[in-house]
Design a protein around this ligand. Structure first.
Ligand SMILES: [Zn+2]
Length: 326
């Protein structure tokens, strides 16, 4: 391990990043400034089995290293969860339940002679934004990604916050309205069930008058576009989104009084529709903390945030604190 870290620091190797998502796996070589030098991706195809995915990741890593013209000095993985960050095992992941108990950290370390580390993908992106992105100068940082679900990672003074037994806190499933819609976790009214992209679409569909062409299948992006075009119902859907996105963010401001909340994910491509209202709501809700000092910022690592974050997982685990850090 010592040798690997020295080799990396000498510039002989670069960190290879692996982002394992429900639909695609991306890999890339990421330099010490968080820049992606070579990348490729393939469908996750979970039904082809874990070994097939592992073979594809191995081939893509070798190809990425060749394309970047460097050796692999370490491997960082961000994966849709739940994952055990210390053992490297997959839990019962929604998108690939049959992979439960498989261990890409152990298996990639068996195929490449380097140290490997894995985190939940929201935690990985949080580490990336904290080190190289919008959270760089913010010691108490919460990263929130809003897309088909809501994920979050907390980085305080450069350290990823972990719960008991190294658990990743599930902020997307904090309760916002117990009378709210059913959630994937089995409960009702979690933040994710009210404010992720599908919730916006569902609200719009449920409230569209019968026969309204807007009742046809839509995406959150399309609802936002309709709102921009002045569609009254879409504007109400956006107001609904502002309320529930804002309530969850206000809760985070009150609970943690962070320096910044960095917002990423596909929904934030329409952030200009949401953030003015969200800021108003925070102003109304968060009287007992200095809410005006908490900055709401957009993530700055863009489409590659998860991949860059995956590389940062390696640095966070092995370089910041030395190889003995659990
Ligand atoms: Zn839930």
């Amino acid at each position: 391990m010592e040798a690997i870290i020295k080799q990396h620091r000498a510039g002989d190797g670069m960190i290879a990043a692996v982002d394992i998502g429900g639909t695609k796996i991306a890999v890339g070589m990421v330099d010490d400034n968080g820049r992606v030098l070579a990348r490729s991706q393939a469908p996750t195809d979970p039904e082809r089995g874990y070994r097939s995915a592992l073979d594809r990741i191995t081939a893509m890593l070798q190809e990425a290293a060749r394309a970047a013209g460097c050796q692999i000095g370490g491997i960082g993985i961000g994966s849709t969860g739940p994952v055990d960050p210390l053992t490297g095992e997959f839990g019962n992941v929604n998108f690939f339940p049959s992979w439960e108990g498989e261990n890409p950290v152990r298996d990639l370390a068996g195929r490449f002679p380097v140290a490997v580390a894995m985190e939940n993908d929201a935690d990985a992106a949080a580490l990336g934004e904290a080190a190289w992105g919008a959270g760089k100068d913010k010691p108490r940082l919460i990263y929130v990604t809003v897309g088909t679900g809501i994920g979050a990672g907390l980085v305080f003074d450069g350290e990823l916050y972990r719960g008991v037994d190294q658990a990743h806190p599930e902020i997307g499933h904090h309760l916002v309205d117990p009378s709210g819609p059913p959630c994937s976790c089995g409960f009702h009214g979690c933040w994710e069930s009210l404010a992720a992209g599908p919730a916006l679409v569902e609200w719009f569909r449920a409230n569209a008058p019968p026969g309204n062409p807007a009742g046809a299948p839509l995406t959150a992006k399309q609802v936002c576009q309709l709102a921009r075009n002045g569609d009254a119902l879409a504007r109400q859907a956006v107001e609904h989104e502002v309320r529930y996105l804002g309530l969850g963010l206000a809760n985070l401001v009150t609970l943690f009084a962070p320096d910044a909340i960095v917002l990423g994910g596909s929904m934030m491509k329409s952030a200009d529709l949401f953030l003015p209202g969200v800021r108003n709501l925070i102003r109304q809700c968060c009287h007992y903390v200095p809410f005006d000092k908490t900055e709401l910022r957009l993530a700055s690592l863009g489409e590659e945030a998860n991949l860059i974050g995956a590389a940062r997982v390696w640095h966070h685990r092995f370089q910041n604190k030395g190889p003995s850090r659990a």
